[in-house]
Design a binder for this molecule. Sequence first.
Ligand code: ARG
Length: 481
Amino acid sequence: MKDKVFFDQQDGAKDKSLEPTKAGQVMWGGRFTKPPHRLVAAFNASVHFDKRLALYDIAGSTAHARMLANQGIIDREDARKIIDGLAKVRDEVDAGEFVWKEELEDVHMNVEHRLTDLIGPVGGRLHTGRSRNDQVALDMHLYVREELRAISELTDKLQQVLLLCAEANIDVIIPGYTHLQRAQPVLFSHHLLAYFWMLERDKGRLDDALLRADMMPLGAGALAGTTFPIDRKQVADELGFAQIYENSMDAVSDRDYLIETLSALSIIMMHISRLSEELILWSSTEFSFVELDDAYTTGSSIMPQKKNPDVAELARGKTGRVYGHLQALLTTCKGLPLAYNKDLQEDKEGIFDAIDTVKIVLEVFGGMIETLQVRRDNVAVALEGDFSAATDMADYLVQKGVPFRQAHEIVGRIVRYCVDHQKPLVALDASELKAHSDYLDVDVLARLTPQAVVAARKSRGGTSLSAVREQLERAHKVIQD
Ligand code: ARG
């Protein structure tokens, strides 16, 4: 009976997959008698996903090296070699020629190792006064800062598309719903503009997350600061950071800005998902309010007639995974003692995926909305003969002095009468009206067309054409700022 099931296979193992990595390959090997087990190396490694931080890592290292020289911590000549070497590494990464090695664990050690390959042992001076803990925090801040800006721009573009679509269909009336039951008719443009304002708040949340992403952690060292006379302000200025973390322990363990980013992204996805649901409904045969462009739909492998709103469905589906990343990171950070813990390496894949997802969704939605056609004829038919003018009939009675509650009751009975007699409100004659209330004259009927109902809602933020035009004006102003 063996006394170990896995571990003893390290030496002379028959199973080659369980062999250890070769000695001397790890950059922190000094204290160790043997390298990590092959499985441990694979488990620990993050390079397969954090290599996407390479250019930020190199930018951060370049600023760090320059500061070290300015402060007389390393030689100017050494710093020059390091900075030139880093530029070569960057070119290799840019060209896709960089050879990533899992045994070097992460992006930081891959870059540093290659630097030392290229310029010799002087490369080893780069890590003076720095730890991977503040280094990875710096890389993530740089990465997220840039992505937040990019996502804000894409959000802005989608808003512009919503404005164009609203303007192109400004006077089209569709049923407005509450509880997904016909409520009151609204302008299609008004409905679409609701999403414009959601996205406007989303940009506010992205900006807010940016405030906290725009903070420089480098100089925190492993957790306690450094013995070298570094100048953090210099590095922050070179990298364009607005603020510097005031506490080294906070700097290396803070992931709030990532959680805020994931939260902002989750809310964007929630909005997109609601819009998706509407587009899916609206493009169904039952609604037929819109027709999505062929380029933004897909077919069925068996049913030749199908034209499916996959883009909207997929966006609705991907919302769940973005929420998942938010939940995952909140859970990862919960209960972590200060300062850095390896758990924090788990911050990356989720945020990378959430950012990639939101970016492609915003782009593809822009195109889908830009090309959708509103089916004006179908929409007009949809409005015929429903009871969504009932509130206006009650409002008419109120204007004649009837208390609103009483007016509500009277019109409720009229609707019941119409349902029983299978006729729309506008088909009621004078005697039928009078039978329900002395205050009802035939002039009420003119108020009950969808056009009249919409036009009457002139209150600020309402659905009348004039109010929507004002809204559009405000929207244009907001987006120009
Ligand atoms: N790959 C690590 C991460 O993503 C970098 C920091 C590692 N620090 C450490 N002390 N092991 O968090």
